[in-house]
Write a protein that binds this ligand. Structure first.
Ligand SMILES: O=C(O)C1=C[C@@H](OP(=O)(O)O)[C@@H](O)[C@H](O)C1
Ligand SMILES: C=C(OP(=O)(O)O)C(=O)O
Length: 652
């Protein structure tokens, strides 16, 4: 599985231009398709969810022209006279996991006339749609469930339109059912009132629907949240050019980064004037201690000097998507945070209450999960973990913020494509990562000594990566896990409790420097090194050393594979003769007998093998500084690395 390893994040600041709002993009595309005239949609979100809507509209016969720079021209199919439906009347459509495509298109196609099959990804087939179908059937729609009653996939047939004037729809599972009905009603050309049954959830999304319909010339009469009436003769008319606001839910990750990492972090594209309910996330964040500044089209979040992050009890029904971000902010709070009235989380991209609880616990937090709430109690030190994302873009995005507390691995990071394909690139622009100095070099070059001393001088952590396979073999032996038990050894490798200092290698607090050099463990090291899952786990374990204030790592592939983004990369070497002499002196000092000639011979053979091997051959990378230490003392070599580090700036 694809993964992305995030190092510890130290601080945040900067500005992010938000991608277009998913909720607005898909509504505007559908309304533009149903309207008369051409609509130029600017700043459209380009992501999986909007791609599904665009594909569907084009398959239905709507002419869409891509103008570039997130602009699209949609030629509406509306016009004078009765609505005749879409040009293509018999189709199977695949709508992925896009609720904002599936629900509104179900309603529009059920009333438009035609034979359609609507499908999605397996998870979409577990997301309810029965309340919408029930509402549409009252109007005469003919819809069959192809698998489980109440769930997609659906077969839609030409309707036998009834003349009822009032229909009811349940609003307590998803507001998208009411949205879908309202958007489709102008196709009927007569007055219909929708009565909402049950407490409507996610209310601000209905405001988005009403605002979008209004931009296309249809005003819905409403009585609070209970009754909505679309008048006879209501028709969608193109507004000509329409701009899509930035996505307020996507803004939540950056605003939260502003609070957790200090900020200020500014998002552009939404602000005071937004029609999206998720701008209320800013208020929620303010309750947790953020300083929020807002303009017409921007919001900025920061942490006041010396400010703490405060635990809250909050009803999050009005911000179901952005509230997931609060659950991760809660990891940094000064007590227990409770997010309530979020039952709808259970029927979204995944069961988000369950998924959130499982993944937060992996980091060490204490979590209580209820039918419609989540309670998070943080711990002083979070632990590195591999975070599963359940094909849920928001799981990937909100958990990235936990990197302000610990390095972590995000599994399947590509799932952000649902609404935010380049999320992690944007995050990298506003987050400062823990610095790392990567020192690679041949054996006996003295890189370990230099690296450990540089780390001590800077007060940073030190990683002797060369010892890790040996340590894994030893840890497995101690735990009674066989060296060929791939999953067992990988699990141990991922959570190896090791620490390094000059001349010392500790496993669970015990110095095992000599134990890992035994012949037995050497054999174990090569056995476990052959297991792919162990290699992957150790890659993460190495990266998990990258914590504040910084890391000095030595090995053979530190700069090329493990920390390719290290700002200071050093290739530390010395002539084979000098290295042989250093090794010889070391052995003699320890009381071993040794032959200089033999050591030299062995070193040459090893150098040859290391530089010839196919995987990560030992060589100086183009971006590494050469530190030739044949004529340098250890102190001089250390001073040189420190000078390079300083030249990179204090935050490198
Ligand atoms: O109408 C919309 O654009 C949305 C409504 C909300 O769903 P529910 O009404 O199902 O809570 C929200 O979670 C979803 O991401 C988008
Ligand atoms: C619930 C979400 O999506 P959908 O539009 O598919 O309902 C979401 O984006 O968090």
């Amino acid at each position: 599985m694809e993964f992305l390893d995030l190092p510890s994040l130290l601080s945040s600041s900067g500005t992010v231009r938000l991608p277009g709002s998913k909720s607005l993009s898909n509504r505007i595309l559908l309304l533009a398709a149903l309207a008369d005239g051409e609509t130029e949609v600017r700043d459209l979100l380009e992501s999986d969810d909007t791609a599904r809507m665009l594909e569907a509209l084009e398959a239905l016969g709507v002419l869409v022209t891509r103008l570039g720079h997130h602009a699209y021209r949609v030629k509406g199919i509306g016009g004078e006279g009765a609505f005749n439906g879409f040009p293509n009347k018999q189709l199977e459509l695949f709508l992925g996991n896009a609720g904002t495509a599936f629900r509104p298109l179900t309603a529009a196609l059920a009333l438009a006339g035609g034979e359609y099959v609507l499908k999605g990804v397996p998870r979409m087939h577990e997301r309810p749609i029965g309340d919408l179908v029930d509402g549409l059937r009252q109007l005469g729609a003919r819809i069959d469930y192809l698998e489980n009653p109440g769930f997609p996939p659906l077969a839609i047939h030409a309707p036998a339109i009834s003349d009822v004037a009032t229909v009811s729809v349940r609003g307590d599972v998803s507001s998208q059912f009411l949205t879908g009905l309202l958007m489709a009603l102008p196709l009927l050309d007569r007055q219909v009132t929708v009565v909402v049954e049950g407490e409507l959830i996610s209310k601000p999304y209905i405001e988005i629907t009403l605002a979008a319909m209004a931009r296309f010339g249809v005003t819905v009469q409403r009585e609070g949240w209970e009754r909505f009436t679309v008048a006879a003769g209501a028709r969608y008319h193109s507004p000509g050019i329409i701009y899509v606001e930035g996505d307020a839910s996507s803004a939540s990750y950056f605003l939260a980064a502003g609070l957790i990492g200090g900020g200020p972090v500014r998002v552009e594209g939404v602000g005071r004037d937004s029609v999206q309910g998720d701008v209320a996330f800013a208020e929620a964040l303010a309750k947790m201690g953020a300083r929020i500044d807002m303009g017409d089209n921007w919001i900025e979040a920061s942490r006041p000097e010396g400010g703490r992050i405060l635990a809250v009890n909050m009803d999050c029904n009005h911000i179901p998507d952005a509230a997931m971000t609060l659950a991760v902010v809660a990891l940094f709070a000064d007590g227990t945070t409770t997010l309530s009235n979020i039952a709808s989380w259970r029927v979204k991209e995944t069961d988000r209450i369950a998924a959130m609880a499982i993944e937060l616990r992996k980091l060490g937090a204490e979590v209580e999960e209820g039918a419609d709430y989540l309670r998070v109690t943080p711990v002083p030190r979070l632990q590195p973990a591999s975070i599963a994302t359940y094909d849920d873009h928001r799981m990937a995005m909100c958990f990235s913020l936990a990197a302000f507390a610990t390095p972590l691995r995000i599994l399947d990071p590509g799932c952000t494509a649902k609404t935010f394909p380049d999320y992690f690139e944007r995050l990298a622009e506003v987050a400062v990562v823990a610095p790392v100095i990567a020192i690679d070099g041949p054996s006996a070059s003295g890189k370990g000594t230099v690296a450990a001393r540089v780390a001590a001088a800077l007060g940073w952590d030190y990683l002797d990566s060369g010892a890790l396979y040996r340590l894994t073999a030893l840890a497995a032996q101690k735990a009674g896990v066989a060296w060929d038990d791939e999953a067992g050894v990988a699990a141990l490798a991922a959570s190896l409790d090791v620490s390094f200092a000059e001349g010392e290698v500790c496993l669970a607090g015990e110095d095992v420097g000599d134990a890992i050099r035994s012949e037995d463990i050497s054999g174990g090291a090569s056995a476990v090194a052959a297991l792919p899952a162990v290699r992957e786990a150790l890659l993460f374990r190495q990266r998990a050393f990258r914590v504040a204030p910084g890391l000095v790592a030595d090995g053979r592939d530190m700069g090329s594979v493990v920390f390719p983004d290290a700002r200071v990369k050093v290739f530390l070497t010395a002539s084979a003769e000098v290295r042989a002499e250093r090794r010889y002196k070391q052995l003699i000092e320890k009381g071993f007998s040794a032959s200089l000639d033999k050591i030299l011979q062995e070193l040459r053979t090893r150098d040859e093998r290391d530089s010839q091997r196919a995987v990560a051959p030992l060589q100086q990378n183009v971006d590494a500084q050469l530190l030739e230490t044949s004529n340098l003392t250890i102190e001089q070599a250390v001073a040189q690395v420190l000078a390079w580090q300083q030249a990179c700036g204090a935050d490198s």
